[in-house]
Write a protein that binds this ligand. Structure first.
Ligand code: BGC
Length: 279
C-alpha cells in the first residue's frame, strides 16, 4: 500500500512511473542515489550511471533489486562525448528506450577566485554544464524519434536538470560552481522553449543544503550544522530523499503542465534569511 487519498479513506496502490526507463547520472552516491531509489520505488527501470565508484553504483542497484525494482549500473564520464554516446547505446541495449533523464552528475572544486586554476574551472564546467548538455541532447533525440507512448506518460520524455540554489545565490569561493549552475538554469529554460513542441518537458530541481558527501564539512560537526542552519529558515538540513520525492513528482504526469521552471527544494534557503532580522 503506498498512498492514501486525501479525499477519502480509500487506499490506492499507484506507481507513478510504472515501466518508464530513467537514466540518473552520477547515481552512485549522494542526491543521485536517493533519486534513483525513489524513481525505482515508483516503478521506473533505472540506469545508475557512475564515473568512478562501481562499488557505490552496485550497492544502489542491489538496494533497488532488494526492494523488488529493476536497475543496472553503467559507467561513463558524462563530460566526454564518446562516453555519453556509449552510455545511451548501452541504455537502449538494456531497456530499448528512455523516458526520463535525471541530469544529476556534478562536482565542486572550490578555490578562492584569484587562486582558481583553469583546471578547476574547466573540470567543474565540463561535468556540471557540458555533461548536462551532452546527456540532454541524446535523450531529446530519442524522445523526438519515439514520441509519446500512450498509456506510459502524456509526455514524449522528461528532462530534469539537477541545479542548485546557487543558480541564483552568488557563492564566494565557488565561482566555477555557481557559474556552472547559472548556466544550467538558462540551458534548461532554452531547451524547455525549444523542445516543448515535441511534448518534451524540461525542468530543474534546485537543492539547498542536502546531507551528502559533497558538502560533508558543512554539516558533520554540531558547530558546522548550527552555522548551516542559520541559512535555512525551515531549520533542517535536507536529505537525498527530499530531492528524490521532488524528482518523482516532476517526472510524473502529475506535473504535466510544469515546464521550464526550477523547483527549489531548499527549506527556504533562497528566501534571503538574513532579511528575517535585517534590512
Ligand atoms: C552545494 C552544497 C551546498 C548547497 C547550499 C549545493 O549546490 O553543492 O555544497 O551546501 O548548495 O549552499
Amino acid at each position: 500500500m503506498r498512498r492514501k487519498s486525501l479525499i477519502s479513506t480509500e487506499v490506492f496502490d499507484v506507481k507513478r512511473l510504472l515501466d518508464q526507463v530513467a537514466l540518473v547520472t552520477g547515481a552512485s552516491s549522494g542526491i543521485g542515489s536517493g533519486v534513483a531509489l525513489c524513481l525505482a520505488q515508483e516503478g521506473a527501470k533505472v540506469i545508475v550511471n557512475y564515473a568512478s565508484s562501481q562499488k557505490g553504483a552496485d550497492a544502489v542497484v542491489a538496494e533497488i533489486k532488494e526492494q523488488g525494482g529493476d536497475a543496472i549500473s553503467i559507467q561513463a564520464d558524462i563530460s566526454q562525448e564518446d562516453q555519453v554516446l556509449n552510455l545511451f547505446a548501452k541504455t537502449y541495449e538494456a531497456y530499448g528506450t528512455i523516458d526520463i533523464l535525471i541530469n544529476n552528475a556534478g562536482l565542486q572544486k572550490d578555490q578562492p577566485f584569484t587562486e582558481m586554476t583553469l583546471e578547476a574551472w574547466n573540470k567543474v564546467i565540463d561535468v556540471n554544464l557540458t555533461g548536462q548538455f551532452l546527456c540532454a541532447r541524446e535523450a531529446a533525440k530519442e524522445f523526438i524519434k519515439r514520441g509519446v507512448v500512450p498509456g506510459r506518460s502524456c509526455s514524449a520524455g522528461k528532462i530534469i536538470c539537477m541545479s542548485s540554489v546557487h543558480e541564483v545565490i552568488p557563492w564566494a569561493g565557488h565561482c566555477n560552481y555557481a557559474a556552472s549552475k547559472g548556466g544550467v538554469m538558462l540551458l534548461m529554460k532554452s531547451m524547455a522553449q525549444e523542445l516543448a513542441p515535441h511534448k518534451i518537458r524540461v525542468n530543474s530541481i534546485g537543492p539547498g543544503a542536502i546531507k551528502t558527501p559533497i558538502n560533508k564539512e558543512a554539516w558533520d560537526t554540531p558547530a558546522a550544522e548550527e552555522s548551516l542552519l542559520s541559512l535555512i529558515p525551515y531549520n533542517r538540513v535536507g536529505e537525498s530523499n527530499d530531492i528524490g520525492k521532488a524528482a518523482v513528482w516532476l517526472a510524473s504526469d502529475e506535473s504535466e503542465y510544469v515546464h521550464g521552471v526550477t523547483l527549489f527544494v531548499d527549506g527556504g534557503m533562497t528566501l534571503y534569511p538574513g532579511f528575517a532580522t535585517g534590512g
